[in-house]
Design a protein around this ligand. Structure first.
Ligand code: HEM
Length: 447
């Protein structure tokens, strides 16, 4: 009997190039100071697949639209969201939708979808109009610089308290606001141990406060259906008949407040900066969003505002509020001949992809017409633009966010002309959140 010996398969796997950076802190500081510069330097040195040391973990960074598509779309639960995001969000935003995987994630997402249906959106838009009208009318005009970023932050907080919680406006200095800020800030604390006075401990305390605050609101929200998102989550029933328990509602609400608030604030500030630098676009959006009547805009008009949509999309290209997305491999995987063993971390970057000259001619310039589908000027790779992620975890609030951005645009542009000095360049902080370092001083001129 002849025995057949199978020829040895030559190993096709390649070691991922990279290094662990300075002892102790690794690359965390270099990344936090200038994430785009850091990733671009890694690309120049190692190519589109490399590893570095971030936040105490070895992180495999995969760059480019194909890698984005592979990670977001094709890998499903083999690349865990929970495992990836827990590096930053564990104990602070536990059991939020983005921190769930597989079957559990799918079932929970179906319930949440009920709170994003057109009838619900119509109700949110009415509230957004009411709050924006009140708040924006109080902004200071004149020759003095007006700090736009804190004003937008306060406005979006007001929107969150009405639209999400159905509560009267939360004061900037209130305990709820402080608890919320502490919880978000703790996400980037390098020390993940509750040392007295430390960032992480404050975050844990902030989360505990928010849990107590929301728990007190629940009986009233369960008793009666009102148009706010908290009430909608209490009453939502998925097509499979699933509902949320009280602890689900609280976990989702805390996560939603975080997911919605700073992302929208960051996008709006960057958009107003670009509109101040490009008065022709400001005029075009004013014409599109305002017919000269008293402020107020409905869902149909918002959905039809295509130039505003393009300007928002271009802003999200240049300033993606979620600049990188981490995942944890739960199985042995292989990407372009590189082994990614189970238990290792992977990250992709919209900040990097959105400025790749191969996909975006003149990547630094603000040109909303790139997103003009009728002109077919944006015919790129489907994952060359992904500020809202993609695949199973695609941002559930994408439509909501674009509506909120347009409502605020409408109220500001129907009252004021926004300008900055000609030589002004907005100094940007990217980590923990994309925001102007100087509060974005602008001049508001009443129309
Ligand atoms: C400009 C504003 C926003 C941006 C850029 C943004 C971006 C993102 C991104 C990139 C993800 C996917 C993260 C990942 O898979 O790793 C995500 C998920 C999510 N976002 Fe947003 N978001 C925005 C606004 C909102 C708003 C307004 C809400 C709610 C009202 C929201 C709720 C969520 C939720 C619940 C998830 C998790 C979805 C899931 O895991 O199934 N986001 N967002």
């Amino acid at each position: 009997m002849s025995s057949v010996i199978a020829p040895l398969e030559p190993s096709r796997s390649r070691p991922i190039p990279g290094d662990s950076g300075p002892p102790g802190i690794g690359h965390s500081l270099e990344f936090a100071q200038d994430p785009l510069g850091f990733i671009q330097r890694r690309m120049a040195r190692h190519g589109s697949v490399s590893w570095c040391s971030l936040f105490g973990r070895r992180m495999n960074v995969l760059l480019g639209p194909d890698a984005n598509e592979w990670v977001l779309k094709t890998q499903g639960a083999a690349l865990s969201n929970k495992g990836g995001w827990n590096v930053f969000l564990e104990s602070l935003f536990d059991r939020g939708l983005m921190l769930r995987d597989g079957k559990d994630h799918r079932a929970q997402r179906k319930v949440m979808q009920v709170a994003f249906k057109p009838a619900a959106l119509r109700g949110y838009v009415e509230e957004m109009n009411r709050i924006s009208d009140e708040r924006v009318a109080q902004w200071e005009t004149g020759d003095d610089a007006f700090l736009l970023y804190p004003a937008i932050k306060s406005l979006t907080l007001g929107l969150a308290s009405r639209v999400f919680l159905g509560m009267p406006l939360v004061d900037q200095s209130s305990e709820v606001n402080q608890a919320f800020i502490d919880t978000v800030h703790a996400t980037l604390s390098l020390i993940r141990y509750p040392i007295p006075g430390g960032l992480y401990r404050k975050g844990i305390q902030g989360r505990a406060f928010l849990e107590r605050y929301l728990t007190e609101l629940l009986p009233e929200k369960r008793a009666q259906e009102t148009p706010d998102m908290l009430s909608r989550l209490c009453h939502a029933i998925s097509e499979d008949g699933e509902v949320y328990r009280d602890d689900d509602v609280i976990d989702h609400m805390i996560f939603l407040l975080m997911a919605a608030h700073d992302t929208t604030t960051s996008t709006l500030s960057a958009l107003f900066y670009e509109l101040a630098k490009h008065p022709e676009w400001q005029e075009r959006l004013r014409e599109e969003l305002w017919d000269g009547a008293a402020p107020g805009i409905d869902l149909t008009a918002l959905e039809g505002a295509r130039y505003s949509e393009m300007a928002a999309k271009e802003t999200l290209r240049l300033y993606p509020p979620v600049p990188t997305q981490p995942r944890l491999a739960t199985e042995d995987l292989s990407w372009q001949g590189y082994d990614i063993p189970a238990g290792s971390f992977v990250a992709i970057s919209s900040l990097y992809t959105h400025r790749m000259p191969e996909h975006w001619p003149a990547p630094q310039s603000f040109d909303p017409l790139r997103f003009d589908n009728e002109g077919l000027r944006h015919k790129g790779h489907p994952y060359a633009w992904f500020p809202f992620g993609g695949g199973a975890h695609l941002c559930i609030g994408m439509h909501f966010a674009l509506l909120e951005i347009k409502v605020v645009l409408h109220h500001v542009l129907s009252r004021y002309r926004v300008s900055v000095p000609e030589n002004y360049e907005m100094p940007l902080e990217v980590v923990p959140l994309m925001q102007p370092r100087d509060g974005l001083p602008v001049r508001l001129e009443p129309l």
